[in-house]
Design a protein around this ligand. Structure first.
Ligand SMILES: NC(=O)c1ccc[n+]([C@@H]2O[C@H](COP(=O)([O-])OP(=O)(O)OC[C@H]3O[C@@H](n4cnc5c(N)ncnc54)[C@H](OP(=O)(O)O)[C@@H]3O)[C@@H](O)[C@H]2O)c1
Length: 344
């Protein structure tokens, strides 16, 4: 495994982070325990979760993933060995505090709920799951200006997060699904008000969605913020298993065809076919090639992988050993140029 520091901190994290949003829906607690045990045995010390999970989002399963992780931490008695990341929801889900906000009241309730379910008294990296502002996200490409939609001022959000840090409930902070403007505002506001700077931004990033490279990645370099890449396989598409309209049993897009519509574009299929062809030429499983590309980006702090089966988890973690040569990168970039960002 490869390790680096979470930017702005002394916290060391593995280049591969274990995503957990299937725990409590596609994966039982027993399967989740097996995944977490195996991940740790391979040197992974970084887990990502959220109050919102399991996914797909349902009122009945709200908080279930955190509960499973909490049970595991208690049973294994290894809290201090894991760097735990969780998130407070943004607006949109009525069953969570009537729709999430980043006001003091909402953030305090969100954090206390997560701490309780996780059976811990601190979260290493506390993230805002998506902006309160009206921004393009989860498949949106265009920014529509809607000034009438209110949001909690950056200063107030940072003040509450700083208090969490001062109380020892949180060690570092991050944002997610953010735009370059939002990222810069958090940084600027922290500097102007002597508050904690964001360490990370957790955005989607994969061979079929490299939008992050356009605006956000420069900020990562210039402002020392790390990307935590999510959905690095586009939800499993980049494994190649859906090619030719195959619908593999018990797989995400077979089980929940309407939930993730943004991944269904025709050009996504074409791009995936090309990446799969390249992987076959290189005699590498397509998933490993796709993940290795993400692992090796210089603005990445950690690649948040997801798996529902142990065979997937093993394959995905082993992507850490794949080298992306200049020649492979050129071939990948050629496909990207022909099919840019079909699944934003
Ligand atoms: N901040 C956010 O808004 C946000 C959003 C999404 C995710 N996340 C985080 O990122 C993590 C990962 O996201 P993701 O699950 O979308 O990642 P992903 O890597 O794009 O998709 C993972 C899914 O692909 C399939 N898969 C994985 N490895 C495979 C392999 N080797 N061969 C074939 N199929 C394979 C599995 O689903 P099937 O077995 O069902 O096919 C697995 O659950 C989440 O757990 C969560 O922590 C954050």
């Amino acid at each position: 495994m490869i390790y680096s520091k979470l930017p702005q901190t002394d916290i060391e994290v593995s280049k591969i982070c274990l995503g957990t949003m299937t725990f409590g829906e596609q994966n039982t607690q027993e399967e989740a325990f097996e995944q977490m045990d195996y991940a740790v045995s391979q040197g992974i010390n970084f887990f990502d979760t959220a109050e919102l999970y399991s996914v797909p989002v349902l009122p009945e399963t709200y908080g279930d993933t955190e509960k499973i992780i909490g049970n595991w931490l208690k049973e294994r008695n290894n809290r201090e060995k894991i760097v735990l990341a969780s998130k407070a929801v943004g607006p949109g889900n009525k069953h969570i505090r009537g729709g999430g906000r980043f006001t003091r009241e909402h953030l305090e309730q969100a954090l206390d709920g997560s701490l309780k379910r996780l059976q811990t008294d601190y979260i290493d990296l506390y993230q805002l799951h998506w902006p309160e502002r009206h921004t393009p996200r989860f498949g949106g490409l265009n920014y529509e200006h809607k000034p009438e939609i209110e949001f909690t001022p950056f200063e107030e959000v940072l003040e509450v997060l700083q208090e969490f840090i001062n109380k020892g409930k949180v060690r570092a902070i991050g944002i997610s699904n953010e735009t370059p403007w939002g990222m810069m505002k958090f940084i600027e506001c922290a500097e102007n008000n002597m508050k904690q700077r964001i360490s990370t931004i957790q955005n989607p990033y994969s061979l079929i969605n490299r939008v992050f490279e356009i605006g956000n990645s420069e900020i990562c370099h210039r402002e020392n913020v790390g990307l935590l890449a999510y959905s690095p396989l586009g939800g499993g598409l980049l494994s190649g298993k859906y090619i030719d309209n195959q619908r593999p049993e018990k797989s995400r897009y077979t089980l929940f065809p309407n939930y993730f519509k943004r991944y269904q574009h025709e050009n996504t299929q074409k791009a995936v076919e090309e990446y799969t062809k390249l992987a076959n030429e290189l005699s590498i499983p397509p998933s490993k090639l796709a993940l290795a590309f993400i692992n090796t980006r210089d603005f990445l702090t950690s690649n948040i992988i997801g798996a529902t089966k142990m065979s997937q988890l093993k394959e995905n973690i082993s992507s850490i050993d794949v080298e992306i040569t200049k020649d492979i990168e050129e071939k990948i970039n050629e496909i990207h140029f022909n099919f840019p960002n079909p699944a934003p």
